[in-house]
Design a protein around this ligand. Structure first.
Ligand code: 2YH
Length: 270
């Protein structure tokens, strides 16, 4: 798990419009479209949620403390989806109190370990890891024009990988999973029986056209293992693709710091 730093997020807000355009080119839809696809929400409900839902983002000072720009960035991502959100002026417990007093329907809140969205009415709790996995898997499904019966390599069986596997399995993909921790891969197979466990990543990687890298491991995808058709959905920070090939592959990489995860968290929480 990566603790975000100010330098990771400082460009996100000002690039949101261009990121939406990039996503349309790559997947055929924007951030909202990917999150709708990930969560199965109908467009007509989205329109009424946009008008009626109030979203609060609460800064948290424990652990490494408030990250400059983190809450503002979450707010900006939510607002570009058409919602009305704000960062509470108070932080921590007082921030939660303020969000309830201002009748927030959903509260976004993160410490060093966990980042969640809480629905104050339904009590639904959405974890950033799970939502990020589902959002990126949904993006891959859109790029593939339907992932049913297609071979997908999932790298990493942690919280992001579990969310991705759940979505890909629901869509009928043929999933292979690699995790450096063999027990994690085995435990994922207990939940999703049809998953194949892969032991040597570099050996099998070139055989896949669809890859979802759900690890925070830098350079886990080597230039030599990338084939010319490969589409890589890579939510990890840092990016798991060897830096020497990132530029030439950029039109086939889906990667951001927070955007797809936060959009999917919100739509899942509603
Ligand atoms: O970046 C993080 C964690 N790594 C989240 C884990 C998600 N799977 N947290 C951000 C901490 C934000 C800080 N407490 C603030 O500014 O409120």
């Amino acid at each position: 798990m990566t603790l975000l730093k100010e330098k990771d997020i400082c460009e996100v807000s000002k690039n949101l419009m261009s990121y939406n355009k990039e996503l349309i080119t790559k997947t055929g839809t924007d951030l909202a479209g990917i999150a709708l696809h990930a969560t199965g929400i109908y467009e007509k409900y989205y329109n009424s949620y946009k008008v009626n839902s109030h979203i609060a983002v609460v800064p948290v000072s424990c652990g490494d403390g408030v990250i400059n720009g983190f809450c503002e960035t979450i707010k900006d991502i939510i607002n570009i989806l058409g919602f009305s959100s704000y960062v509470t002026s108070e932080k921590d417990i007082s921030g939660i109190e303020e969000a309830y007093q201002r009748m927030a329907d959903v509260i976004f809140i993160a410490d060093d370990e966990k980042f969640i969205a809480l629905n104050t009415l339904s009590r639904k709790v959405v974890d950033n890891g799970d939502a990020t996995g589902r959002g990126y898997a949904a993006a891959l499904d859109l790029v593939a024009g339907g992932i049913r019966d297609k071979e997908v390599l999932l790298i990493g069986a942690g919280p992001v990988g579990i969310g991705a596997a759940a979505f890909l399995d629901m869509k009928g993909a043929k999933i292979s999973v690699y995790d450096i921790d063999k027990e994690k891969a085995k435990s994922l197979k207990k939940h999703i029986e049809n998953i194949k466990i892969v032991k040597e990543l570099d050996k099998v990687l070139p055989n896949f056209d669809f890859v979802l890298d759900a690890t925070p491991a830098a350079g886990i995808i080597k230039e030599t293992a990338v084939n010319e058709r490969m589409i890589i959905a890579a939510p990890g920070i840092p990016l798991g693709i060897e830096s020497t090939c990132v530029e030439s592959l950029s039109h086939r990489i889906i990667h951001d710091v927070l955007e797809i995860g936060v959009a999917t968290m919100l739509f899942h929480a509603l």
